[in-house]
Every structure is written in C-alpha cells, then in structure tokens.
Design a protein around this ligand. Structure first.
Ligand code: ATP
Ligand code: MG
Length: 208
C-alpha cells in the first residue's frame, strides 16, 4: 500500500458502539436516542443515514461534531478521540468538522449581509487578513453557485434554496474535513414528494 492510498483509507470519522441517551424533562425516564451504532467515513465519501422519524439520525449528526457527547462508545476523528484534547486544541480541531442544520433561517442572522455571514467563521478563527478572508468567502459563495452580487443582500432577499446554499458556503469556508448535514436534499433526489419525504441526513466527507 502506498502512503497516498494509506492516507485515503484512514477514516475521517469512526463511530464505535455509539450510544446517546437523553433524560426526559421530569428526569424520570431515559430515551435511548442512539444505541450501538458503528460506521466509518473516509475522505471523498458521502455517507447517508436513512431511518424513520425519531430513530436518531440528527442525534448522530450532532454527536459527529461533538455538539453533544456520547453516553457510551466513541467517535474518533482521524483516529483520535477529540474529547481527550486540551480545550484550546479541541476548539481548533472542531473547525475541521462542520455541521449544516436543516433550517437555514435559524442559521443566518437576518441583520447581516450574506457576505458578512459567510465571513464570520473565518473572522472568528482569525484566518489571514481581511482581504484574504473576503476572497475566501467570495470563493465559497461562487462554489455553491451564488453570483457575487448576492454577497451584499440580506437573507430575506433570498429564496429558501439560496439561503441553504449560503449556509453550505459558510461551512465550506474553513475547508473542513467533514460536513455533517442534518437533512440535506440534493436537487436530483427532490424530483418527487415521495423521495422528499424520506429523511436523509448526509455526512459528506469533502475532499480538500
Ligand atoms: N435534547 C433532547 N432531549 C430529549 N430527547 C431528545 C432530545 N433530542 C432528541 N431526542 C429524542 O431522541 C430521539 C431521536 O431524535 P432525532 O432528532 O435524532 O431523530 P431523527 O431520526 O433525526 O428524526 P426526524 O427524522 O424526525 O428528524 C427522538 O425520540 C427524540 O424525541
Ligand atoms: Mg432529524
């Protein structure tokens, strides 16, 4: 095996015997949202999870990027358990693992222009100077097929699908290794109401 093929085969994420439990609000019972899930996602792969409503798909998607911690089992990123990293390293590490939520309205600030929204993660991460950040943000908008003039608009001036693309552009700016998408409708799968009724969160490993 060559070094390159070895690198390709190394999973970006490995899920091992994952369990996530929630307590009910009266704390009298426990909901087993995820119980014994195992899978690997490698660079360049698109991995989808299909299941009935309430079966734990979004919970897995959130756990993949450590928006919630496993109750048991492990999630390894590139072979390491991020929960063992020191706090600052953990925060830096999380930039490589992004999540896109289902509702773009909840993810975009109505008072910020589209360009400002896409710039925000780069500014928080203090990447490059202002000009370099703006170039990266504009490139990300271009990558999702939005014309440059959309950068000066506000969310209410975009269609639902265009807003969804802005949210994807925002996640792409940091060039993540993995994007966990909780319910993503690729255009080609949305030709009928029947296919759209299937819940399809996709963990997409983006090749750099
Ligand atoms: N924060 C929470 N507290 C308590 N229970 C929760 C919490 N989040 C999710 N659950 C429960 O965990 C289970 C799995 O929820 P999840 O959102 O992962 O399902 P899903 O497969 O994404 O469903 P859908 O297809 O309807 O989006 C459900 O029974 C849900 O009610
Ligand atoms: Mg869901």
């Amino acid at each position: 095996m060559t070094a390159a093929s070895g690198q390709r085969r190394e999973p970006i994420v490995s899920v091992r015997d994952l369990q996530v439990r929630f307590q009910t609000s009266d704390r009298r019972a426990t909901v087993k949202a995820v119980d014994g899930v195992n899978f690997d996602v490698r660079r360049g792969e698109t991995f989808g999870i299909i299941g009935e409503s309430g079966s734990g798909k979004t919970t897995i998607g959130r756990a993949l990027v450590f928006l919630l911690n496993p109750s048991a089992g492990a999630i390894l990123h590139g072979g390491i358990d991020p929960l063992t990293l020191p706090r600052r390293e953990f925060q830096n590490h999380r930039r490589d693992y992004q999540i896109i939520f289902q509702d773009p309205n909840a993810a975009l600030n109505p008072r910020m222009t589209i360009l400002a929204s896409v710039l925000e993660p780069l500014e928080l991460a203090r990447i490059g100077d202002r000009a370099a950040r703006e170039r990266q943000a504009r490139e990300a908008l271009e990558r999702v097929g939005l014309p440059q003039e959309f950068g000066e608009r506000y969310p209410h001036q975009l269609s639902g699908g265009q807003k969804q693309r802005v949210v994807i552009a925002r996640a792409l700016t940091l060039k993540p290794k993995l994007i966990s998408a909780t319910r993503w409708w690729p255009r080609s799968t949305c030709r009928s109401a029947a296919t759209c009724s299937i819940c399809l969160p996709i963990c997409s490993a983006i090749s750099a």
